[in-house]
Design a protein around this ligand. Structure first.
Ligand SMILES: Cc1cc2nc3c(=O)[nH]c(=O)nc-3n(C[C@H](O)[C@H](O)[C@H](O)COP(=O)(O)OP(=O)(O)OC[C@H]3O[C@@H](n4cnc5c(N)ncnc54)[C@H](O)[C@@H]3O)c2cc1C
Length: 484
């Protein structure tokens, strides 16, 4: 029997997958007995915010991830299809119908028992009775304490400050310059000892995050510096500052209110402390010489490469709660970002998650206790689809344990395998939950020059490799059954 704690996106998918393998599952969900600050209903798989599962085409990494999940028999994808609403190239759902479809499917499954109860500790586990913890970003306090005991309190985080990310090709390179503060050269790269099988990409430990070890920072040409810097004159800074302090802040949930860590204050909170506070914080210009003027600018915003592909850059230290529409307007006042397209907006919110690379194996098992799995946002992925995807593999692997089979994960050339690889192998010193992107997938040996062709080639390879993996897994199960 498998115990799954948490009936959200990850827990529901995990329960479904395990039961589909013929293994009985008990799913514990604390709502409505104990509510969270964000969920509004007692339904399983409630979508707490947007009703979008994002892009649904194969030229988009999350579109690929969804297609892989469909091929792996995902309940979340089936329910999303059944409750789909028009949303162009994206997959968006009627949230009530979606949650209802999942709740009914799990209720009706003969091998699944649903218990409405808060689990305050991780229960005993064994190969015959593994446990999947999928309690999400709002894991209850009692269980959080127990998780901290298992993984070490240094490896459990409770809060997320997210900086906006822009698409590299939309940055006006004529206005920005590349440099590290004080012209500090790129640090030597240390590789994690266990990061040998990486499909050709080596993940460095230390700044800058996500850089290929044998290439200059920013994934570009000559290694002059690790950051793209947007210099501001006094007039530009004043215009930006005035727009920032008058911008509309997002409605925060009660739990978020004003409880910010000093180390990750939203920029608008810092700005309200004084006109120059940002110039001594994330916009400080010291140590940066603008090659066009030969002088330090009045203020500067640093952009750091955010993925291996080098097509995403994050605004360093720019976590913010400004509403997304206003955020785009204000941030586009920064020189070089006038035409910026945002891959992700800045956020600050409660988020309980473990430091994946320290805690988890690629199979979503806890390294120090392999009969316990973490899945969903708690495991250090980001987003509805990614959470469900991790639950899918955790569910299959927990079932494999019960049946005496070896847990496994699809290869890193697939989106679902790349996500597992990221969670278990990224740089633990700078670990942040990640959405799926093509940037974390193993690169193609001979990549087409056109971006679109490259993405489609990655997807084509991923689906072919997933098929091969599925066949191998099916024949392994058959041979294990006949041996038994
Ligand atoms: C405010 C907020 C807004 C977000 N908006 C988006 C968005 O728009 N798009 C997006 O893709 N992602 C969004 N996310 C991230 C989102 O939470 C995850 O993507 C996704 O819901 C995570 O799935 P999960 O299964 O890990 O957690 P959840 O879906 O949160 O499920 C976890 C479940 O565990 C239950 N639980 C918690 N503790 C216990 C316990 N001790 N015992 C039993 N049950 C327990 C909870 O009640 C909950 O039902 C948002 C997150 C937050 C906090």
């Amino acid at each position: 029997m498998i115990r799954v704690i948490g009936g959200g996106l990850a827990g529901c998918e995990a329960a479904w997958q395990a039961a589909s393998q013929g293994v009985p599952v008990t799913l514990y969900e604390m709502r409505p007995v104990r509510p969270t600050a964000v969920h509004k209903t007692d339904r399983l798989a409630e979508l707490v915010c947007s009703n979008s599962f994002r892009g649904d085409k194969l030229d988009n990494a999350v579109g690929l991830l969804k297609e892989e999940m469909r091929r792996l028999g995902s309940l979340v994808m089936r329910a999303a299809e059944a409750s789909r609403v028009p949303a162009g190239a994206a997959l968006a759902v009627d949230r009530e119908r979606f949650a209802e479809t999942i709740t009914t499917a799990l209720n009706d499954h003969p091998l699944i028992t649903i218990v409405r109860e808060e689990m305050t500790a991780i229960p005993e586990s064994s190969d015959r009775a593994p446990v999947i913890v999928a309690t999400g970003p709002l894991t209850s306090d009692a269980l959080s304490s127990d998780i901290a005991q298992l993984v070490g309190s240094d490896h459990l985080y409770f809060y997320d400050a997210i900086s906006p990310i822009v698409l590299a090709e939309t940055i006006d390179r004529s206005k920005v310059f590349r440099a590290s503060r004080w012209n500090r050269s790129i640090r030597p790269v240390r590789l994690k000892p266990d990061a040998t099988d990486t499909g050709g990409v080596r993940l460095p430990v230390g700044e800058p995050r996500g850089r290929q070890a044998d290439q200059p920072a920013c994934g570009v040409d000559d290694g002059e510096g690790d950051y793209l810097n947007c210099p501001l004159t006094r007039e530009e800074y004043d215009r930006f500052y005035d727009a920032l302090v008058t911008a509309e802040s997002a409605t925060v949930h009660d739990f978020d209110k004003e409880r910010f860590f000093e180390g990750c204050l939203p920029i608008e909170v810092m700005a309200h402390r004084g006109r120059d506070t940002l110039r001594f914080g994330p916009m400080k210009p010291v140590g940066l010489t603008d090659p066009r003027t030969g002088r330090e600018p009045y203020a500067a915003v640093q952009l750091r490469q955010d993925n291996l592909a080098g097509d995403h850059f994050s605004l360093v230290g720019f976590q913010t709660q400004i509403k997304w529409g206003d955020q785009a307007r204000v941030l586009r006042l920064i020189p070089g970002l006038e035409q910026a397209e945002f891959v992700r907006f800045g956020m600050v919110h409660r988020n309980t998650y473990v430091n994946g690379p320290t805690v988890l194996a690629e199979t979503w098992q806890v390294r120090v206790r392999p009969t316990v799995f973490f899945a969903g946002q708690m495991s250090g992925v980001e987003g509805y689809v990614e959470s469900a995807a991790s639950g899918l593999i955790a569910g299959l692997n927990a079932a494999a344990l019960v049946k005496g089979e070896a847990p496994a994960t699809p290869p890193r050339t697939t989106a679902i395998g790349a996500l597992a690889y990221y969670v278990s192998h990224a740089d633990p010193a700078h670990y942040e939950p990640s959405n799926i992107t093509f940037g974390i997938m193993a690169p193609l040996p001979r990549a087409p020059r056109s971006k679109m062709a490259r993405k489609l080639a990655l997807s084509e390879r991923a689906l072919a490799d997933l098929q091969t993996w599925l066949h191998a897994r099916a024949s392994q199960s058959v041979s294990e059954v006949s041996r038994a």
